[in-house]
Design a protein around this ligand. Structure first.
Ligand SMILES: [Zn+2]
Length: 255
């Protein structure tokens, strides 16, 4: 059984004490494909180190996270462009709009999101969207930029059924993680109405640990708890969910 974690920050300093053990735990559970979103230029070197240690398991993205769009965002975008020109990445991410932490840089976040969508089209890569309290703002840009060559993942999807359909209409798969196991997470209520072909799995570790680890540090091995929940929702075996969602990840990332 091959399980794919489409969104995991394995380079996070939260794992500095036990990174290798943590990755081995995941691989032992069958979670052996890790897609690694970028945040900003400060994490680039640690992403490359990770790839060097796990060349068969780790697939890197490049991008500027909306929460890190600050005064220097043009320099950061320059860094993204330079890295993209230099080597292979599997997606542009994570990118998007986040109005939960800070609304000060909405304008810059919109510019950075649009610019990185255009880079994704240029390099024929998927985008991985981070959306927090910004569905309207994200959909506005996707509506303008939509095209056959724009596709990707709506990471940590926590919207409504209608918003799920809208995301899918823009060629986005829904990244489903720990939130689906939460009592008040809501998405478990309608997910069975969404065809499994639109779903990929993710932990977003070290954040958003699933039940029964909610509130603790998350890690990729906990993806099996998300898998169990999806097996219940779709009334399928864990094996079937694992293989379907891994296939979906291959369609998106091309590997
Ligand atoms: Zn993330």
């Amino acid at each position: 059984m091959i399980i794919t974690d489409t969104h995991t920050h394995l380079y996070s300093e939260e794992f500095d004490q036990d990174r290798d053990e943590m990755i081995q735990r995941a691989i032992k559970e069958g979670v052996s494909r890790f897609f690694i979103p970028a945040i900003d230029s400060s994490c680039t070197q640690s992403m490359y180190d990770l790839e060097k240690d796990y060349p068969d398991n780790v697939f890197l993205m490049m991008g500027l996270h909306p929460t890190y769009v600050k005064e220097n965002y043009l320099e950061e975008l320059q860094h993204v462009e330079e890295e993209l020109a230099m080597r292979k990445f599997y997606a542009i991410g994570e990118i998007g709009i986040d109005l939960y932490w800070d609304k000060t840089h909405l304008k810059e976040q919109q510019i950075a999101f649009r610019k990185q969508i255009q880079l994704a089209k240029q390099y024929k890569l998927p985008i991985v969207i981070h959306c927090r309290e910004a569905f309207d703002e994200i959909f506005e840009i996707l509506e303008e930029e939509k095209s056959a060559d724009l596709f990707g993942v709506f990471h940590c999807f926590t919207g409504t059924y209608e918003q799920a359909l809208q995301a899918i209409s823009y060629n986005m798969k829904l990244g489903i993680g720990g939130v689906v196991t939460f009592k008040n997470g809501k998405i478990d209520q309608f997910l069975s109405q969404i065809d499994l072909k639109h779903i990929v799995l993710e932990t977003d570790s070290p954040y958003l640990a699933p039940v029964p680890f909610r509130g603790k540090r998350n890690e990729s091995s906990y993806l099996v708890n998300v898998l169990d929940k999806l097996a219940q929702i779709y009334e399928l075996s864990v094996k079937d969910i694992a293989s379907a969602t891994t296939e979906n990840s291959k369609v998106i990332f091309g590997i």
